[in-house]
Design a protein around this ligand. Structure first.
Ligand code: G3P
Length: 229
């Protein structure tokens, strides 16, 4: 994973499915290629993975994975199957889809064996430090109470970010640290990077935007500019 990172979680917004999802993914791909020096990651629902993977070259992550291989596991999503579909990585332990610590440990290890990247969410600086000891490629600290509010963590709770960076770096010097929750503008992205992260995990500001391209471009440009400082 390169930095800076703009990871777009499609969640299950209406725009996360069908032609709208494809259009947002293609836009992200276009902006990433134009700017060149940013990792824009799209994280669509399972149902959209194949179609989007066929249409873009930027990294595509799944929103979740289950600690199973192929077999009799009705309704679960084996991490091995995601690898075979062609995703570059998986998002794990999002606040809206939490998993147990032993499952995080297993899945990060399994992902590594499969050559998949991992982006693991944590709700507090302490949880982020715990996650960092498992050695994912990246982690994202997201205070749940700010998710989807439009009130940016980087403005409303900068201490969550600085404390996360401080605690995580005590146990892991490599993991890419991201933040998210309420990130709404280019300024929020720049602030997140100034506070010590390598980028953001964002959803509603893009998925609910009238003009997603404008938001993606502005956020990506701000990230590239801020990381150089
Ligand atoms: O995964 C990103 C997320 O939880 C933040 O959501 O809508 O506040 O950008 P949002």
């Amino acid at each position: 994973m390169r930095v800076p990172v703009l990871a777009i979680n499609f969640k299950t917004y209406p725009s996360a499915f069908g032609d709208k999802a494809l259009a947002i993914a293609k836009t992200a791909d276009k902006v990433a290629k134009e700017l060149g020096n940013i990792e824009i990651i799209v994280i669509p629902p399972f149902t959209e993975l194949r179609r989007i993977l066929e249409a873009v070259e930027i990294p595509v992550f799944a929103q979740h994975a289950d600690p199973y291989d192929y077999g009799a596991h009705t309704g679960w999503m084996p991490i091995t199957a995601l690898k075979d579909v062609g995703v570059k990585g998986v998002l794990l332990n999002h606040s809206e889809h939490r998993i147990r610590l032993d499952e995080i440990v297993h899945l990060v290890q399994k992902a590594r064996e499969l050559g998949l990247e991992t982006l693991v969410c944590a709700d507090t600086p302490q949880a982020a430090a715990a996650v960092a000891t498992v050695n994912p490629v990246a982690l994202a600290v997201e205070p749940p109470e700010l998710i989807g509010t439009g009130v940016a963590v980087s403005k409303a709770k900068p201490e969550v970010i600085t404390r996360t960076v401080e605690l995580v770096r005590k146990v892991n010097s490599e993991v890419i640290i991201l933040t998210g929750a309420g990130i709404s503008s280019a300024e929020d992205v720049a602030k997140a990077i100034e506070l010590g992260t390598a980028g953001v995990l964002v959803a509603s500001a893009i998925m609910k935007a009238k003009d997603p391209e404008k938001v993606i471009r502005e956020m990506a440009e701000a990230a590239v500019k801020a990381i150089k400082k």
